[in-house]
Every structure is written in structure tokens, then in C-alpha cells.
Write a protein that binds this ligand. Sequence first.
Ligand SMILES: [Mn+2]
Length: 197
Amino acid sequence: MAERTALVERNTLETQIKVSINLDGSGKARFDIGVPFLEHMLDQIARHGLIDLDIECKGDLHIDDHHTVEDVGITLGQAFTKAIGDKKGMTRYGHSYVPLDEALSRVVIDFSGRPGLQMHVPFTRAVVGGFDVDLFQEFFQGFVNHALVSLHIDNLRGTNTHHQIETVFKAFGRALRMAVELDPRMAGQMPSTKGVL
Ligand SMILES: [Mn+2]
């Protein structure tokens, strides 16, 4: 099996980012981003997706977290596209429900080749861990636009904001794992009757 790894660098005047990824990893993670709550969430993707992730970002945090969060999402999406390659033998679809105490979220993903985001998370607070929760939409939109996926995110219930978003990221990690998994019964075929994705 070819290694499904990628290293992507993305440099703008606002952020300089390096993302290294291994889709068939064990959940090893290292982050040097400077936004601790985002790092805590990215760690969920690695751990629950069993994806190795190493992300460095020097961003314009003196302005706010916006460019950093959005651009990490973009670069992570680019790294997925590169690591996945031609999608032959890949499961393609993934979904997961994850609870955390009172909170429950569902994430459904399709590596369709077409970007689309439906994110329905009724946050009970505007800020969590010093982090502006509006930015999660920016993160996922950046990811979707560059990983070329349909992504449906629903927080079904929850009153604690930390729990609401942590269940989203854990479910996202598990849905990713399912979707990128190579299915030996597919014997290298494309997961589409069109023959391309
Ligand atoms: Mn937590």
C-alpha cells in the first residue's frame, strides 16, 4: 500500500503554516499554533481519527485568532486531498455520533469531490477557553473548501459549550477515520459508479 502521507506548506502575509499528516497513523499529534483551545480540538481529530498530525502555524494573533483558525482549516484540507490521492479502495463516507455527558453531536462526511458545509451547532456561549466560537465555522469551511467534502455537523443537544464543540471534533475525527479507511473488499475500485470522484 502506498503511504498516505502529505506535507503541505501555506504562506501568506497573515499566516505561515506547515501541516504534516499520516492518514494511517496511530493518533500522534504535535501542535505549535499558539491557540490552545484550537490545539485541544485538533488533538481530538488525531486521537479519535487515528491520524498523525503535526501542525505549526505562525499567525497574526496580535490581531485576533481569525486568520490562524481559518488558515489551519484550509491547510489541513489541502493535506487531506494530497494524502488521500485517487481515492481508489477508500470507503468514502463516514459518520459518527459522540456523546460527552449531556452533549451529543453527529458528523457525516462524504469525500465527494464537491465542497459543502452544513453546520448546526447552537452554542450556549460565545466564547470558550478564551476562544471565539464563531471561528469553528471558519475552520470547517476552510477544511471543506480544500478537502472537497460534503460535511454535515449537528450538535443534537448539550448545554456546556466545551462539551458541545468537543463532541463535534471527536465525531469529526471518527467520521474521518471511517471515510478514509481502505476497504479490502473494494479491491482498489473507485467508490463511485461514475468512476471518478
Ligand atoms: Mn476538553
